[in-house]
Design a protein around this ligand. Structure first.
Ligand code: HXC
Ligand code: NAP
Length: 290
C-alpha cells in the first residue's frame, strides 16, 4: 500500500464540524464524505436522487459509525438549497463547511448542443455552486460566524477545453467566485478554496467523458506524466486538509492534483517524450553547435 492511498490527518481532525457535500451520494463526493465522517465530522449529503443519497447515507453510517444526513436537493433551486441548510441545522445545530461538488458534464461538439444542453451543465455547476455559497455566506455573515467553502473545479477552469465548453465556462465561473469572495469575505472570517483534480475514476465521469469505445482510441493515461489516475483517498486527504483548521491561512487558492496532466498538455516541447533515444543522437548532431 502506498502512502497516498492511506488516510493522512490525525484522528478527530474534523470533530465538531458540520459539513454539507453537494452530490455526496456518488463518486468523489462519496469518498470525501466517508473520510470526513472518519475524521469525526457531521455530514449532510444532498443531490437530486433521494434513493441514491439515502442508500449512500445508510452505507456510510454503517461503515464509519458517523453522523450523516441524506437529503434530496437540486442545487439549481434556491428554495431547495435553503430547505437543505435548514434541515441540516435542525439535525446538527449549525453548518460550518460547504463542499461544492455537484456537477453535470458530457462531451459533445459545441455546435451539436441545444441551448438546453448548455443550460443544464452551467446551471448545475455554476448556479448550483453560487446558490449554496450565497445562502451559507449570508447565514455566516448574519450570525457573525466563520465559514469555509471548498469547490471542486477542474484544470480546464483556466486552460479551457474544447468538447466540454459548458463545463469549462461554468468551472471557470466557480473558480472566479472562489477568488473573488476569498478577497471580499476573508475579513468576515469566511475562506474559500478550490481543488482542481485531473482524472479520478468515477462512474459518473467515465460514462460521460471517457466512454469505452473512445477510451480505446484515445488513452487518457497517456496525457499524465505520472502514468496513473488519481486515487480517491489522495483527493479526500487534500479536501480534508482544506476543510479543516490546519489550512486556516489558506484562502483563495486552487490546488491542482492531476499528476502533471495540464502542464504536460501546455508545454511546447513536452511531446518530445515520444522521441526514442537513438533518434536523439541524430537530433544532437543536427542541433549541436548551431
Ligand atoms: C448532447 C445532451 C447530452 C449529450 C444531455 N443532453 N446529454 N446533448 N450530448 N451527451 C441535452 C439533452 O438533449 C437536453 O437538451 C439537455 O441536455 C438536458 O438533458 P437531460 O437528460 O434532460 O438532463 P438531466 O436528466 O437533468 O441530466 C443532466 C446531465 C446528466 C448533465 C445531462 O449527464 C447528469 O445528470 N449528470 C450528473 C452527473 C455528471 O455529469 N457527472 C460527471 C461529472 S464529471 P434538449 O434540448 O434535448 O431538451 C466532471 C469531470 C470533469 O465534471 C473533468 C474530468 C477530467
Ligand atoms: P459524479 O459521481 O457523477 O458526481 C456528480 C454528483 O452531482 C452526482 O452525485 C449527482 O447526483 C450530483 N448532481 C448533479 N446534478 C445535481 C443537482 N442539480 N443538484 C444536486 N446534485 C446534483 O462525478 P464525480 O466524478 O464524482 O464528480 C465530482 C466532482 O468532481 C464534480 O464537481 C466534477 O466536476 C469534479 N471532477 C471530477 C473529475 C473526475 O475525474 N472524476 C475530474 C475533475 C473534476 P444526482 O444525480 O443524484 O443529482
Amino acid at each position: 500500500m502506498s502512502a497516498y492511498t492511506e488516510p493522512m490527518l490525525k484522528e478527530g481532525s474534523l470533530k465538531g464540524k458540520t459539513i454539507i457535500v453537494t452530490g455526496g451520494g456518488t463518486g468523489l463526493g462519496r469518498s470525501m464524505t466517508k473520510y470526513f465522517l472518519e475524521l469525526g465530522a457531521n455530514v449532510t449529503i444532498a443531490s437530486r436522487k433521494l434513493d441514491v443519497i439515502q442508500a449512500t447515507a445508510e452505507e456510510l453510517r454503517k461503515e464509519t459509525g458517523g453522523n450523516i444526513l441524506g437529503l434530496a436537493c437540486d442545487v439549481r433551486k434556491y428554495d431547495e438549497v435553503e430547505a437543505m441548510i435548514a434541515k441540516t441545522k435542525e439535525e446538527f445545530g449549525y453548518v460550518d463547511v460547504l463542499v461544492n461538488n455537484a456537477a453535470g458534464n458530457f462531451i459533445s461538439p459545441t455546435e451539436r448542443l441545444s441551448h438546453k444542453g448548455f443550460d443544464v451543465v452551467v446551471d448545475i455547476v455554476l448556479k448550483g455552486s453560487y446558490n449554496c455559497t450565497l445562502a451559507l455566506g449570508k447565514m455566516w455573515i448574519a450570525d457573525k460566524k466563520p465559514g469555509n467553502v471548498l469547490s471542486i473545479v477542474t484544470t480546464y477552469a483556466w486552460t479551457g477545453s474544447g468538447y466540454v465548453v459548458p463545463s469549462a465556462v461554468a468551472k471557470a465561473g466557480v473558480l472566479m467566485m472562489t477568488r473573488s469572495l476569498a478577497a471580499e469575505w476573508g475579513r468576515k472570517g469566511i475562506r474559500l478554496n478550490a481543488i482542481a483534480p485531473g482524472p479520478f475514476p468515477t462512474q459518473g465521469a467515465w460514462q460521460r467523458l471517457f466512454p469505452q469505445d473512445l477510451a480505446n482510441e484515445i488513452d487518457p493515461l497517456k496525457r499524465i506524466p505520472l502514468g496513473r489516475f488519481g486515487e480517491h483517498q489522495e483527493l479526500a486527504n487534500l479536501a480534508a486538509y482544506l476543510v479543516s483548521d490546519y489550512s486556516a491561512y489558506v484562502n483563495g487558492e486552487v490546488v491542482t492534483i492531476d499528476g502533471g496532466e495540464w502542464i504536460h498538455g501546455a508545454g511546447e516541447f513536452t511531446n518530445l517524450g515520444a522521441v526514442p533515444d537513438d533518434m536523439w543522437d541524430a537530433i544532437e548532431k543536427m542541433t549541436r553547435g548551431k
